[in-house]
Write a protein of this length. Structure first.
Length: 159
């Protein structure tokens, strides 16, 4: 039974017995709808953990550098992501808004650095929440040291 089948049954219902069948079919779909809702919330949580929460170190770095507007955009992402679990029917719209804000943040980061290597480091970090060591070039290390930000990052192996 699919939602389309149910819709067709509802359209064709012309007597009370048909409507009772629709009610029975709706009740059979409820567990699948609940499971789908739980799955969407779990995937939303995973998106937030992987693409929003890791940006806190970058937010601190940007505030230290005086880029409060971009840092505030990161803070706004956290605020937007905190209400997703209770979004209900508006979840798709809120997810789209979060993804759009995340993309705008990445665009803003490309304008911050005066060096393509530093730019790649910042946007890579913002895009994935982590970067590969190959992006931590001598220029990036020098820039981070100039900004007093070397201790705001750690190295962790990939699981």
């Amino acid at each position: 039974m699919t939602v389309l089948d149910l819709g067709e049954t509802m359209e064709a219902a012309s007597e009370p017995a048909h409507l009772e069948a629709v009610v029975r079919d709706v009740k059979r779909l409820e567990p699948a709808i609940s499971a789908l809702h739980r799955s969407v919330l779990a995937l939303t949580d995973l998106y937030v953990r992987n693409h929003v929460l890791p940006l806190s170190a970058l937010e601190k770095l940007l505030r230290r550098l005086g880029h409060d507007e971009v840092a505030s955009a990161i803070a706004q992402l956290r605020v937007m992501s905190s209400g997703l679990a209770s979004a209900g029917a508006s979840l798709p719209d809120k997810l789209k808004a979060l993804q759009d804000a995340r993309a705008a943040l990445t665009n803003d980061l490309t304008r911050l650095a005066s060096d393509p290597e530093v730019d790649a480091f910042l946007t890579g970090f913002a895009t994935r929440g982590s970067i590969r060591l190959s992006l931590v070039t001598p220029k990036v290390l020098a820039w981070l040291e100039e900004q007093g930000a070397l201790d705001q990052f750690t190295v962790q192996p990939i699981d």
